[in-house]
Design a protein around this ligand. Structure first.
Ligand code: MLT
Ligand code: MN
Ligand code: ZN
Length: 306
């Protein structure tokens, strides 16, 4: 087994940092290009074993800019037949939210790749005909079983598994279930030489099964959307709690910091971080608190090698 390279393409949550219409405390610093707040694009990572072929996990609206700023993802030559090339040979989706699927629309131009997702997420794409630009015969749509290993890249063993979540924002119905376990929201496990690496950009809560699964992991990249549940409300930019959005907050007795304390995880990294989250301010009290608890705060371009 070779070592795994994981590249954070976008560490922001839906909307990125700064968000286009936001003047919260964090965004105000970001708009001013204050050195304490890095700009972050929306949620996506890329994974490779050999640095030549990459699996994209989630396709953010900024995928084209993310490809441009990461030379590993530039086309390298002209393939016989199509005259085109991309190091991205597979794409995997963890849910159907806009920040994770809108970038698919930019991956047209007759580029063959495999598109992996659960049947439920595939059905959302099929119901939105705009995704038919990923033409049949070019893009191979592969339905994933939960907890069933597959190899999106030669030698790379991957599994998706259910985590407490919710249906995509634009698919919500009045009987919406928050924290539902099923095919709508999944986490990803990569098996590497160093052990298991997990990517869980959306998670509504910790339960025994998830805690058990993550115990002893080499690294976990975990949902860092909000610092505290009512943060969007107190920042004056929204009416929803983190819980209502399907995200477990970082702080507090029921937060992710507390939930991970006993799990013996090698590297703990927050991803999918909302623009209102004060951990994005490098000298903030909240940033110091997560770092003191052994967490890293992901940024665009961060590379993790394990
Ligand atoms: C989320 O993670 O809650 C979604 O990305 C929200 C959104 O679509 O803006
Ligand atoms: Mn999101
Ligand atoms: Zn903001």
């Amino acid at each position: 087994m070779t070592r795994l390279r994981l590249l954070v393409l976008g560490a922001g949550a839906g909307g990125g940092v700064p968000q286009w219409n936001c003047r919260c405390r964090v965004c105000t610093l970001a708009w001013a290009n204050d050195g304490r707040v890095r700009h972050r694009t929306q949620s996506s990572i890329a994974v490779s074993l050999n640095g030549e072929e990459w699996l994209l996990v989630n396709a953010a609206p900024e995928v084209l800019a993310q490809i441009k700023t990461n030379p590993q993802l530039h086309p390298r030559h002209q393939d016989g037949g199509t005259g085109r090339h991309s190091p991205i040979s597979s794409v995997l989706l963890t849910n159907g939210d806009i920040d994770h699927v809108a970038g698919l629309l930019s991956l047209r131009e007759s580029q063959p790749f495999d598109l992996y997702a659960t049947e439920e997420i595939h059905s959302i794409l099929r119901a939105n005909r705009v995704f038919d630009v990923l033409a049949e015969g070019v893009v191979e749509r592969r339905a994933l079983g939960l907890d069933t290993p597959f190899q999106p890249l030669a030698g790379l063993e991957v599994r998706v598994f259910p985590v407490p979540g919710k249906t995509a924002l634009y698919m919500e119905t009045p009987d919406l279930e928050i924290g539902a376990i099923g095919q709508a929201t999944v986490g990803v496990e990569f098996l590497s030489e160093a052990g298991s690496i997990y990517y869980i950009p959306g998670c509504a809560g910790m339960n025994d099964a998830l805690a058990q699964r993550l115990t002893g992991a080499a690294a976990v990249l975990f949902d860092g959307t909000l610092w505290q549940d009512d943060e969007m409300i107190t920042a004056g930019v929204g009416r929803k709690t983190g819980h209502r959005m399907g995200h477990l907050s970082i702080s507090g007795p029921d937060g992710s910091m507390a939930a991970f304390e006993a799990l013996d995880v090698g590297r703990k990294i927050f991803v999918h971080i909302n623009n209102t989250n004060p951990v994005l301010i490098e000298d903030s009290q909240e940033r110091r608190a997560v770092e003191a608890a052994g967490w890293e705060v992901a940024y665009d371009g961060m590379e993790v090698r394990l």
